[in-house]
Structure formats: structure tokens, C-alpha cells
Design a binder for this molecule. Structure first.
Ligand SMILES: [Zn+2]
Length: 341
């Protein structure tokens, strides 16, 4: 057994110790500060600014908004910088109990901090002329706990606010969580499993092209066919280039075709796709062309004129697309097909 006390024992020994001498507000409770606060917070209860309304509500005159409590002790920026400098100097010889606890937690790896609770209890309304002082006592240091943010310990300070007569006017329990960064549930989960693959970009659906993507969901390769002259057209558009008719119907293509042209996309790489990515302009045996991915071939084996067959890939619940692959002998298209478009 070691004689070295545990971190828990050391931390518990600080509970009940004062954080230091009382801090006195630089100004007494006053109406100008109340008015600024009311404007800033948008809390227009008249008892804060209108003496008659305050008297009608049973007070002797205006009262300060209770939640302004901490404002009466805050020092302002310059005074805070001076106080910090003074504390740093004093800390080298005699750090306060609170500073010691914080240093112990930092040394133990609990280097991140977040405020978690602020519970205020008001003994009486504060009124102009009250001049507050505050003292702070270490109220509790928790055992190590697992939180969503990480493994940590809660440190609670109990602050007591007193008026110029030494009478208690309010108390506040202020709790922070000191935690070890990177040990929270979210960050652990992120470290354990790779981020989900981003979805493929969504097509921009229009009244003209929606049928194509709906067809793909049913694993049908649907192509626009002019109702007037029978010409196929793709990508979808409102009217027939051959006869100008706006009438059309979906036509289910066989999916057989040949690579009319292709590119191999190396860069820029979008996380939803695999690279190198073969993108082909496929000439369908029925006579129109469409752009699609081709799987089952490499940039080296792809060639113009290669017979391909459409398959379908369900990328996610909302997106299915035709993906061509090399045709087997039985599905290969013949070379003497006549183009309609
Ligand atoms: Zn037509």
C-alpha cells in the first residue's frame, strides 16, 4: 500500500475551504446600471424602472432584477486584468484553494472546462444603495464521472452575497465540469468508426426528368419518346427536336448499348464516388445516348465501341441510377443497329 493519498482524497480535502477573501462590488446597486441591463435583456417589468409601479406592487421603490446578482460584483475589464495579474503574482507564493483544485484537475488531465449549472437563491430584493460583497467556498468536488463531453469531475462553488451590513442577500451554487478532452461519447464513437460515406449528389428534379429517376428506382431505364414522331431523346427536355411536339411518353429501353465515348475522372474527387471513375457516353441500341458510370472495367480495359449492359445501383433510399457494365456475349448489341435520334 502506498502512503500517497489518492486524487479523490486530496480533492475532498478542499471541500469547505474558502476560495479567498471577499470581493466587493465596485459600485453599489444603482438605477443607471439597472436601466442598461433592462434594455439589454428586454425585461420590461416596470418594477425595475418605475417607482410608482414598484410601490403599487408592494415595494418601497424600484428593485433590481434578481438575475442581475452577479453584475453587482463584476469588476469590468481593466480591473479584472489587474486582479488577474495580482492573483498570478500571489499564486506563486500562496495559491487559493480554488486555484489549487483547478491545478490538480489540470495535472490529472481534466484540462477542458464547461459551466454546467448556476442556481441562485434570493433572500430579498436588492435596491439602489445596496453594496454587495461575495465570498466563495468550495462546496463539492465529484468523483470521476463519464459525461457526454468526456470523463470529468464536477466542481461546485457556493457563493454568498452579503450587503453592506453583512446580511446575507443571496446565494449561488456555480458548477463547472472539468473533463478530459476527447473522452466523450461523441468523440469516442467518432474515433471508433469512420464517418459515414456522404450521399451521392441529388439530381435536380424537374417535371421533365422526374420520370427517369422514378424509373431507375424501379430498375427501369426509361427514355423520353416523342408521341408524334417516335423519336427518342435524352436527357429529358420539354419538346421534340425533330418535330417540336410537346407530347411524349416514357419508353423502356433494353439497356443494351455501346460505349460511344468515355472519360476517366481522377480529380477532383468527391467522397461519394470511387476513383478512378469511368464515365461513359453510352449509345443505346434503340438510338439515343446517355451519360452514366460504368462498373466492372478499368481505365485500361474500357474502349470505344465496347458492348455494355445497363444494371441498376441503389445508392441510398432516394437515389437509384443505371450503371453500365460490360455486356456478356448473349446481351451484346449488334453493330448494325440503326440510330433513331
Ligand atoms: Zn417528334
Amino acid at each position: 500500500m502506498s502512503d500517497t493519498p489518492s486524487l479523490d482524497d486530496v480533492l475532498q480535502s478542499f471541500v469547505g475551504q474558502s476560495s479567498g477573501p471577499a470581493t466587493r462590488g465596485s459600485q453599489p446597486v444603482n438605477e443607471p446600471m439597472i436601466e442598461h441591463w433592462v434594455e439589454a435583456m428586454g425585461d420590461y417589468n416596470p418594477v425595475y424602472v418605475d417607482a410608482a409601479a414598484a410601490r403599487a406592487a408592494g415595494f418601497d421603490g424600484v428593485i433590481a432584477p434578481p438575475t442581475m446578482l452577479q453584475a453587482w460584483i463584476m469588476r469590468g475589464l481593466r480591473a479584472s486584468l489587474d486582479a488577474d495579474a495580482g492573483r498570478d503574482a500571489a499564486q506563486e507564493s500562496a495559491p487559493s484553494p480554488n486555484d489549487q483544485v483547478m491545478a490538480l484537475l489540470n495535472e490529472a488531465g481534466y484540462t477542458s472546462v464547461v459551466a454546467t449549472n448556476c442556481d441562485q437563491h434570493y433572500e430579498r430584493p436588492l435596491v439602489p444603495g445596496d453594496h454587495l460583497s461575495v465570498t466563495s467556498v468550495i462546496d463539492a468536488v465529484s468523483e470521476e464521472k463519464q459525461t457526454g463531453l468526456g470523463t470529468g469531475r464536477f466542481l461546485t462553488n457556493r457563493l454568498e452575497y452579503r450587503d453592506q451590513h453583512g446580511d446575507l442577500v443571496a446565494t449561488m451554487l456555480f458548477r463547472i465540469l472539468k473533463f478530459k478532452p476527447g473522452t466523450g461519447g461523441a468523440s469516442r464513437a467518432a474515433a471508433e468508426q469512420p464517418a459515414p460515406r456522404p450521399l451521392r449528389p441529388r439530381p435536380a428534379l424537374t417535371q421533365d426528368n422526374a420520370f427517369f429517376f422514378e424509373g431507375a428506382k424501379q430498375h427501369k431505364l426509361l427514355i423520353q419518346k416523342c408521341s408524334a414522331c417516335g423519336t427518342l431523346r435524352h436527357p429529358p427536355r420539354p419538346s421534340c427536336a425533330a418535330c417540336r411536339s410537346f407530347e411524349w411518353e416514357p419508353f423502356e429501353a433494353s439497356g443494351r448499348g455501346t460505349i460511344f465515348s468515355f472519360v476517366v475522372n481522377h480529380y477532383p474527387q468527391v467522397p461519394a464516388f470511387d476513383y478512378p471513375l469511368v464515365v461513359a457516353l453510352v449509345e443505346l441500341e434503340e438510338g439515343t445516348r446517355l451519360v452514366a458510370n460504368v462498373s466492372g472495367i478499368t481505365p485500361e480495359t474500357a474502349h470505344i465501341g465496347m458492348a455494355v449492359q445497363a444494371g441498376f445501383e441503389d445508392f441510398d433510399d432516394d437515389l437509384s441510377l443505371p450503371v453500365f457494365h460490360p455486356a456478356t456475349a448473349t446481351t451484346a448489341t449488334t453493330a448494325d443497329e440503326t440510330r433513331i435520334d
